[in-house]
Structures are given as C-alpha cells and as structure tokens.
Write a protein that binds this ligand. Structure first.
Ligand SMILES: Cc1cc2nc3c(=O)[nH]c(=O)nc-3n(C[C@H](O)[C@H](O)[C@H](O)COP(=O)(O)OP(=O)(O)OC[C@H]3O[C@@H](n4cnc5c(N)ncnc54)[C@H](O)[C@@H]3O)c2cc1C
Length: 387
C-alpha cells in the first residue's frame, strides 16, 4: 500500500519560506466567502484595466501556474524532474473566440509540442478543443443540427486544426491529451478525437480522449471506444477525470428541462471512475491509461490493479497525473515509489489564466474539501522541520 503522507518526500523542493507562503495561501482559500468575493473582485478589476498582477502573481498564480511563457516554466519543469515528476505544459488561455485568438492559441500549442519533442521531462502535450473554435458551433454540430455553409466550413476548420495538432504530435512522437469540458458539445469532439486515434494511434497511443466519469454514460462510452479501437486495430488513449463542471451541467439540464447527464451522487462517480480503471487494466494490451485525479483511493487502487496484473510500476502504458500546486503528496510519493507521474503545469499571461485560477480557488475552498488536506500536510512538514 502506497504511503501518501511522507511529507519529507512531498516538500523536498520547498524552502521554509515557500512552505509558509503555501500555508498562508491555503489558509485564505479555506474561507469560502473570501474565494467568492476575491474571484469576482479580481475579474472585475481586470475588466476595468486595474493592475492586479502585483498581488495575483506572487500568491495564487505562483502556487498553481508555471509562468507566463514556455521558457518561464523551465525552472519548474527542472524542479519537478529532480523528484522524477514529469511536466505537461498547458497553455491555459481560455475564452478567446476571435480568429486572431484562435490562431495564437494554435501556434502556442504547436510550440508546446515542439518543445516536448525528444524531452523525457515533458512526455505529453495538451489542449482544450474550445481554444480552436466557438462553443456555439461545437454545440450545434454535437446536437446534429442543420449547419449553414459558413458553419459547415467552420466545423471543417476545427477538424483541420485538431488534425494539425495531432499530426504534429505524431511526427514529434509526443503524446497529446485532449481535455473535456461541457457535455453538450462533447459529441462532436468525441467524433473528431476518435478519428484522430484511428489515424495516429496505430503503433502506440499518441492521441488521448478524456472520459469525465461524473457523466453516467461514460463507462459505456469507454467500452464502446475500446471496441472501436479493437475493430479499427488502433490503441486507445484514455485520460480519466471525474469532471470539473458539475454545477454548470446540472443547472443547464434543470433550466432546459432535460435529464442531467451527471451521476446522482459522488458514490456513483467514484464507482464508475474506479470501474473504468479496472476495465482498462484488464484490456491494457490496447489501452494507455492517464489517471488524472487528486483522489487518494483512485490513485492507490490503480497501483493495486497494476500489482494484481503483474505490471511494472513504470509500465509506459500507465500514467498518474495531478495539477501543479495541488496534491503533491500523491505525485511525489508515487514518483518516489517508481510510478510514472506527470503534473499539468498551466502557463499563460496573468489575465488570461484567471478563469483557471478561479476554478482552482473554488476547488480548494473548505466547502470542496481539498484545502484541509493540503493544510494539514503543510503543517505536518513545518512541524517535522522544527523537529
Ligand atoms: C491532471 C488532471 C487533468 C484534468 N483535466 C480535466 C479535464 O480535461 N476536464 C475536466 O472536466 N476536469 C479535468 N480535471 C479536473 C477533474 O475533473 C476534477 O474536477 C478534479 O480532479 C477533482 O476530482 P478528483 O478525482 O481529483 O477528486 P475527488 O475530490 O474525489 O472528486 C471530486 C469530483 O467528484 C465529482 N463529484 C463531487 N460531488 C459529486 C456529486 N454529488 N455527484 C456526482 N459527482 C460528484 C465531481 O466531478 C468532483 O469534481 C483534471 C484534473 C487533473 C488532476
């Protein structure tokens, strides 16, 4: 059984002053009202052009973001790698619908693939499909609605952009993860990603789809995706997460009067998440697993499944992943034990990563429960160092 609570391993790369700063930040995040008010205030200040970098950058940004550019992230990549934790540079600019914004995001994502080429410290690239077209178009195609000629051309353009990224990843031999967001436009993304896997996953999993297990239909969809891979004779790249947009999903379903795509409760999400891991280990000859979670049980359960199937800890078909600045106790202890671990390292200009930071802040409030765990580990390490 893996011990996630060895804080000496977890915080080896943090100075006493770093630890104190993290302690203060997570203490502040524990206050739900502060997170809500702070998130709203920061976004409003940005909108009116008020400079907020001076307080965002040394605090929450430093905790959860690698830097503004790829080169600014390099010291972070090196620090992680000293503990055998790999990095995934995630250009986290969200909500840019303009052609210019899309083009910039495309060029930057291509740079992350090129930067990862031949670099074992950065084994994956990643992108969000919504960076490359509008949500309204993705939604319309996903619903099977009739498209105007301009919309059909827009859908083709989206396919071309995704293909360019997957083809480049294939040519550079860098695996590429395609994130999932809202369910109401995932059908079209699934269709495009499946086509990419059929094309580029002939020898190994280069392209990865994301399965959000808080959706009650995803275990079946995983089995279907596997069946398609068998029939098409390619490898399935399967990134698992529970899902980050539950409230929004439920609210939209209630508002529009359709059945919620989300599991009835957390237990069902946990059940399907772990069942998906089991299914993949039982079919590991054709699947590469990317276990994207901060859940201790789902992390140790995958270790148990691997041991039960006599798979090496560093089997190249199995990866564990957490977000930068969160759940280091899982990442560093797994890597120390010899498992493959890669952390998402978001990067981008302060004002563009605000939506990402707001999500992280909300996830770390006392209400959602992460903070208690982070704080108690930091406290334990501070006490250990004092002897
Ligand atoms: C490396 C990595 C990559 C990620 N990429 C994505 C991505 O592409 N798309 C995405 O959506 N998210 C992504 N996430 C976020 C992820 O979906 C979760 O929001 C987050 O990791 C918390 O889930 P958990 O498994 O870590 O832990 P836990 O704390 O055990 O689970 C919390 C999660 O359980 C689910 N849940 C909570 N309450 C209920 C309930 N009442 N009913 C049903 N389900 C419930 C929700 O999904 C919630 O986020 C990623 C996370 C990581 C670590």
């Amino acid at each position: 059984m893996i011990n996630f609570h060895n804080t000496e391993i977890v915080f080896r790369n943090k100075s006493n002053s770093d630890l104190r700063k993290s302690y203060l930040l997570f203490s502040a995040l524990a206050h739900n009202w502060l997170v809500k008010a702070g998130g709203k205030l920061t976004q409003s200040l940005f909108k009116i052009g008020f400079p907020v970098n001076w307080f965002v950058k040394p605090t929450i940004y430093k905790q959860f973001v690698g830097g503004e550019t790829i080169s600014e992230c390099i010291p972070t990549v090196e620090t992680l790698n000293r503990s055998n934790v790999k990095a995934i540079l995630d250009y986290s600019v969200e909500g840019t619908d303009s052609e210019e914004g899309i083009q910039l995001a495309l060029e930057e994502t291509l740079r992350t693939i090129e930067n990862a080429e031949g670099n074992p410290d950065i084994p994956f690239a990643v992108f969000k499909p919504t960076a490359f077209t509008t949500i309204s178009l993705l939604t319309k195609v996903s619903a099977g609605e009739q498209l105007t000629p301009a919309e059909a051309a827009g859908a083709d353009k989206f396919r071309e952009r995704v293909e360019l990224l997957c083809k480049t990843a294939y040519e550079k031999n860098v695996s590429i993860l395609i994130d999932a967001e809202d369910s109401w436009y995932q059908n079209f993304i699934d269709e495009v990603v499946n086509a990419m896997m059929a094309k580029y996953n002939r020898n190994r999993a280069i392209v990865f789809n994301t399965f959000q297990m808080y959706r009650h239909d995803r275990l079946e969809f995983l089995k279907k995706s596997y069946q398609m891979a068998v029939e098409g004779n390619y490898f399935l790249g399967a990134k698992f997460v529970r899902g980050a947009y539950m409230e929004k999903e439920r609210a939209r379903a209630a508002h529009m009067g359709y059945p919620s795509p989300i599991q009835p409760d957390k237990e069902h999400t946990d059940h399907d998440y772990n069942a998906a891991l089991k299914f993949c280990i039982e079919h590991i000859d054709r699947i590469t697993i990317f276990n994207g979670t901060h859940n201790e049980y789902s992390s140790s359960y995958l270790c148990e499944l691997m041991a039960g199937h006599n798979l090496a800890k560093d089997d190249p078909r199995i990866w564990f992943s957490q977000l930068y600045g969160m759940s280091d106790h899982i990442s560093f202890n797994l890597a120390h034990a010899g498992y493959n671990v890669a952390k998402y390292v978001p990067y981008g200009p302060v004002k563009h990563v605000i939506p990402y930071l707001v999500r992280r802040a909300e996830e770390n409030t006392s209400v959602k429960g992460q903070t208690g765990r982070e704080l108690s580990l930091i406290k334990k390490e501070i006490a250990r160092r004092k002897g």
